[in-house]
Design a binder for this molecule. Sequence first.
Ligand code: NAD
Ligand code: UD1
Length: 337
Amino acid sequence: MNKKVLVTGGTGYIGSHTVVQLLAANYSVVILDNLCNSSREVLNRIELLSGKKVDFVEGDIRNRDVLQTTFQLHGIDSVIHFAGLKAVGESQTQPLMYYDNNVNGSVILLEEMAKANIKTIVFSSSATVYGDPGYSQYKEDTPVAPINVYGRTKLMVEDIIKDLKNSDASWRAALLRYFNPVGAHASGQMGENPSGIPNNLMPFVAQVAVGKREKLSVYGNDYNTPDGTGKRDYIHVEDLAAGHLAALKVLENQSELLTLNLGTGKPNSVLEMIHAFEKASGKKINYEIVARRSGDLAEYYADPTLAEKVLGWQAQLGIDRMCEDTWRWQMNNPNGY
Ligand code: NAD
Ligand code: UD1
């Protein structure tokens, strides 16, 4: 029998890529998503790319009835938990919405999992849990001290899962701290679909390249980096998705709680990303240098060696592929899904 995975937030950006890889690896998949930040069209794309139909439940992780019915109907073995809100700025102005969705939602999910005796979870955490430790390469034992509400919700859920594991050793959990996910499926059929004006660099650059936005604002060129612009650890979404499958496999065979960075360990600057995108797209990216964005650091990136060791996983794709795939997605779908 194929193992059955519930993917919360499975029609979202990272979830959808992970679902396609799970199906290719012969897992059965059920997606639970309330579509607050994704589109039903994603289900057609998943079917197109995988040649398989995926079970979809439109619903909220805070709805116990939905969770109970889903667990009863589908015989779920494990959960990959992507569902959540992720806009840092919005989290500062709407903190209760973020605590309710990300923290309360995760508590309800965990409670219902426990009742249904489903005790394996892979959780989407974030490098934002680290805050500003005063240096730029983060290991998993770098002190955690998030500087925004979003990061605090991620750290709270990490702590909740750790406490749960301490109380009941039969839980199996992986807390995956992503750095900066970018890129798209190589087919150009699936990618990131931000609503409104993108907050993040890559979707903004892609929209400038395709002519939807006039120019990029580069937030500061006076950082202590070689070209003065901020440096980040961009990781291809396909590598990230593969990290989830690797974590799930490891949890099938051992019960240690895993806390792992998922990054490449190789940071790139804003200007390097712009130039890579220009090369990939053949388009000029108009930009202007503006003031620094509040809350931004000069540079941070993963030390990914623990994930490499524990998961036998390593990010494979560099920034050229990240930009080529983003461009293919953007060109094929100028208005998203
Ligand atoms: P996304 O917004 O594309 O996907 C999240 C999905 O969850 C969406 O489809 C949304 O509709 C759904 N959702 C949200 N709240 C829900 C709820 N209460 N019930 C059911 N569904 C709900 O985001 P993403 O980029 O794919 O991120 C996935 C996860 O990874 C999130 O938890 C995010 O915080 C985390 N993460 C993302 C990044 C990033 O830069 N993209 C970085 C670090 C961590
Ligand atoms: C942001 C979030 C972080 C989240 C991550 C996911 C903040 C403070 N942090 O990180 O919590 O996990 O996204 O990918 O929002 N830049 C520009 N112009 C733009 C957009 C970005 O110059 O229009 C620069 C930024 O200053 C930064 C780099 O590009 O140096 C990357 O920015 P972004 O994609 O927003 O990611 P982070 O700020 O690293």
